[in-house]
Design a binder for this molecule. Sequence first.
Ligand code: DNO
Length: 358
Amino acid sequence: MEMTLRWYGSKFDTVTLKQIRQIRYVTGVITMLYDKQPGELWTRQEIRALKKEVEDAGLHISGIESVNVSDAIKTGSKDRDKDIATYIESLRNLGEEGIHLVCYNFMPVFDWTRTELARQREDGSTVLAYTQKAVDELVPEKMFESIASDMNGTVMPGWEPERMAKVKELFELYKDIDNEKLFENLVYFLKAIMPVCNEYDIKMAIHPDDPAWSVFGLPRIIINKENILRMMKAVDDVHNGVTFCAGSYGTNLNNDLPDMIRSLKGRIHFAHVRNLKFHSPDNFEEAAHLSEDGNFDMYEIVKALHDIGFEGPIRPDHGRMIWDEVAMPGYGLYDRALGAAYICGLWEAIDKAKKRGI
Ligand code: DNO
């Protein structure tokens, strides 16, 4: 595996490449052209400039998170083929620049969803949290307003104000889309992009829906082992793979994370590793990465990745806000750096124990 950190670019991130470089455990960044709208072309020039900036700082780009998929593609509406053609062109440009991993999602309307961005924990740190009750009490149009004030002046991925201004229209677009239709549209998209992925060896890594169930009655498909295996089978190509996000699949306590990892051997191209603390099955908060701070056994998760011979990038995922840091919720420097160190420690111990036959 390679330890990486997500970085949103110097225009948007409070964390600098210099700081990332000094974490030491991290050698690559997962980044993107953050101001690109879904459906917009990523040009070679822009990709090259981003690459140069990262390399000048002594790091390299380990993958893109995300080249976002437009709502026309997700709903299969009239601009779908035009947007797919643009997506293919963007992939070609990334491939030409030597980038071989692309994370994306197929979530309707809202990307990942949390109902609190700064829930205070006992130790004074703050974390992202979710309660189903809070979602049930809100109309979707108010969802953005309710969290916007907690964004610390940053723009959160998937929660861009321009997009949220159109929430009503977006819901309208999805009104006839159920899980089956969404799945068909995903397969259509994947079949169309596989040739360019094969040509440039670009591994597509779908990010799960977070939380892993329907919110506001919208369809959600990338939520459990059965559905991902169905997707892998529908387009049986190694370039059709997944981002194994422990914190997203883990929102559903019925998902057995180490078992899911083992069943996806060869198709996990990217891993997000983090822990959650549950107060009840639909009330959880994002804990420190440490196993005993949450509900997941992080050793078992990292061990499952090691056991399947995972060689791709891992990133510590959302961190807590600690030491008075002011940053994009979940994406500060300090707690993610602690997460990186912890995961590397687990990896080294697992690796050495195996080599020594322990
Ligand atoms: C949240 C992220 C997601 C993820 C996208 C991938 O923190 O994990 O926004 O990047 O869903 O397309």
